[in-house]
Design a binder for this molecule. Structure first.
Ligand code: NI
Length: 187
């Protein structure tokens, strides 16, 4: 296991479309383990492989609070099969956009098919924070960021802010300022 550097906006790799893994073998499991270690270290509640520069459709999530037992969940080749008409709003953040949060509206429930860490095909119905987190992370696999769901004015301001920050200091130096991927439930 290893902690890998997390790419930050405006790194163009974050806009890449990731490729399916097909099979979860030892190589993919090692990637999942590195991603979990990197996510816990950040700390965050979700991480997509592209955020550490690997363009594979793999993501990890752990929604356990600080005082709870860790509950890591690994997803390979996740596909959203169904979304609810009902929507929900969360204040989202992202390890690739440190210290930046905005409210995002998304479907409240999703049904997702994926391969788990043991290469078993599974389907889950998610709601609440897990539904939002899955959609946020699956967006990463398609080169999308949560700022693509906010107003153009806010998005352009955010891009400008991170472009300026990247010019001033390397991303690694900002590690200490990182917040969780998604901060708080708004309703
Ligand atoms: Ni993110």
């Amino acid at each position: 296991m290893a902690i890998r550097p997390i790419l930050c906006l405006p790194d163009p790799q974050l806009r890449a479309v990731s490729e399916k893994v097909g099979v979860v073998d030892d190589h993919v499991r090692a990637l999942m383990d590195d991603m979990l270690e990197t996510m816990y270290d950040a700390p965050g509640i979700g991480l997509a492989a592209i955020q550490i520069g690997v363009a594979k459709r793999v993501l990890v999530i752990d929604l356990a609070k600080g005082d709870q037992t860790p509950a890591p969940q690994c997803f390979a080749d996740p596909e959203i099969l169904e979304t609810s008409a009902e929507e929900t709003v969360y204040e989202e953040g992202c390890l690739s956009l440190p210290e930046y949060y905005e409210e995002v509206t998304r479907p409240a429930k999703v049904r997702v098919r994926f391969l788990d860490r043991d290469n078993q095909r599974r389907e889950i119905e998610a709601e609440g924070l897990l539904a939002t987190c899955l959609q946020h992370e699956i967006d990463h696999l398609d080169g999308k960021l949560f700022i693509d769901h906010i107003s153009r004015l806010k998005r352009e301001r955010a891009i400008k802010k991170f472009t300026k920050a990247a010019r001033q200091e390397p991303a690694a130096a900002r590690k200490a300022d990182r917040g969780p991927e998604i901060r708080a439930k708004q309703g």
